[in-house]
Design a protein around this ligand. Structure first.
Ligand code: F0G
Length: 451
């Protein structure tokens, strides 16, 4: 049942090379029913009409009155054409910019003209998640879903809640009690999601939501959903677009549940396979030290993609140890406070595709980097600033050359987490703290304070 029909250009396939079971896109699966591994959305490229060169996508700027051409996701629809146009959902996502930022570059010891910040905070719900939701909700419409759910550290829930009411779906979001930044919690409530706070962390929520979705037949919108990752590929297309259809030397991305890194590697692999780019950039994935499963597994346990034959024993032992120690991750970058990332294996594949590396940065480094992005850029939330903190490490190590062109993905808007920002500045916690100054209600005294 549901096995792939070979007339369809798009299909789903299990990432486990020993299984590689294929299913049609009309199925709502999220895990391979045969072996339990992750699924990819894939395409028979000879059945798809793909532009001859990347810059052809740019022609759609001229027809922005077409809602699909206006969307920064669907402008690239040929690369993710798994459903009919009538099912494609858009609320204006992907109108984001790649900002060349000389001042931030100088602060971290780079050649000024080499650093670019891909600011995804400009999305309708204020984070990169909307790219993925435009695609996943289109699949939900295609399969006729009525109710949906997700687990979240905050941004997924905000985005799901917004798209769900736009599409007329009922929506339940699961968040860890006390683990979510206020900006995000306020969005979930305001956009009308049924919000369930579980006494536990994100990993607990992730486990529960899968069982809830299976038992109640809800449509799952976490990044286990292969169609969500298809939407997130477009962040890379837009970086290339804004570099005049050139590929940067490095992409730097925060690592949480590892959906972005997984999607980005797939995006580059496909573009190269189609001859639309000549080379694939390197990728650095940045964990917080308080939630550094990927960093530990890759750099210390030497876990690798290994042509899809990932050493499951290493993962199982690692997670068993976390359980035995009753470990719960902790970082001020609450968005990436995750210790059992569901896309681990796909991320290992990206590391293989992109000659990728992984680093971990402390909360102090994250907060300082966030203040630099705030002071010299468009601002971002803590998890996003991990990219700048990580880049600083890589420059000091000499891994990223000062001449190399680097694009950091700033995943979320600064207003998502005002508490971290205010505490950093108010309590003079860091090098860049900018505390408000108390003044008496007196003109002369006030004037004396102005520098
Ligand atoms: N940055 C932000 C702002 C995020 O919200 C997330 C993930 C990440 C980075 C990490 O991305 O999971 O693709 O590696 N937030 C999820 C959520 C987990 O529930 O909102 P990833």
């Amino acid at each position: 049942m549901g096995k792939r029909k070979h007339t369809d250009a798009a299909y789903q396939r299990c990432i486990n090379p020993d299984c590689a079971a294929e299913f049609d896109c009309g199925q709502t699966l999220f895990k391979c029913p045969e072996c339990g591994e992750l699924l990819d959305a894939l395409y028979d490229w000879d059945k798809v009409e793909v532009p001859g060169k990347m810059s052809d996508f740019g022609k759609r700027w001229a027809t922005r009155d077409n809602r699909l051409d206006f969307s920064g996701v669907w402008r690239f629809r040929d690369m993710l054409n798994f459903c009919a146009d009538s099912h494609k959902v858009t609320i204006g996502e992907g109108q984001t910019i790649l900002q060349q930022n000389c001042a931030v570059a100088e602060q971290i010891g780079m050649r000024p003209d080499r650093l670019y910040l891909q600011y995804e905070g400009l999305n309708p719900s204020g984070s990169f998640k909307d790219n993925g939701m435009a695609a996943a909700f289109s699949h939900a419409m295609m399969v006729g879903a009525k109710s949906c759910a997700c687990a979240s550290t905050g941004n997924t829930s905000a985005s799901v809640a917004l798209y769900a009411h736009s599409c007329g779906l009922r929506c339940t979001v699961f968040i860890g009690s006390g683990r979510i930044a206020f900006g995000k919690l306020s969005q979930a409530m305001d956009y009308g999601a049924q919000t369930i706070q579980i006494q536990g962390d994100f990993d607990d929520c992730m486990r529960q939501v899968q069982d809830v979705c299976t038992k109640l037949g809800l449509y799952l919108l976490n990044s286990l959903n292969p169609f969500r990752l298809e939407g997130q590929k477009t962040i890379m297309y837009r970086i290339i677009e804004q570099l005049g259809w050139e590929v940067p030397d490095w992409i730097i991305v925060p690592g949480g549940n590892l959906g972005n890194s997984s999607a980005f590697g797939k995006a580059f692999y496909e573009l190269k396979e189609l001859g639309l780019i000549e080379r694939i950039p390197r990728m650095a994935i940045i964990n917080a030290t308080g939630a550094d499963t990927l960093n530990d597994l890759v750099n210390n346990k030497k876990l690798a993609w290994n042509d899809g034959k990932v050493d499951q024993k290493v993962i199982d032992e690692y997670y068993a140890d976390l359980t035995a120690r009753n470990f719960s991750p902790h970082t001020c970058a609450s968005a990436i406070e995750i210790s059992r990332p569901v896309n681990l294996k796909k991320c290992l594949r990206t590391i293989d595709i992109c000659d990728g590396i992984v680093r971990a940065v402390t909360d102090e480094e994250i907060c300082d980097a966030k203040a630099i992005v705030g002071k010299y850029g468009l601002g971002c939330e803590p998890a996003s600033a991990a990219t700048i903190a990580g880049l600083r490490h890589l420059i000091t190590e000499g891994v990223v050359g000062t001449d190399e062109r680097v694009a950091c993905v700033l995943t979320g808007h600064p207003l998502k987490d005002p508490n971290v920002t205010v505490n950093y500045h108010k309590d003079k916690q860091g090098k860049f703290s900018n505390a408000p100054i108390e003044a008496p209600n007196d003109l002369d005294e006030i004037i004396k304070l102005i520098k």
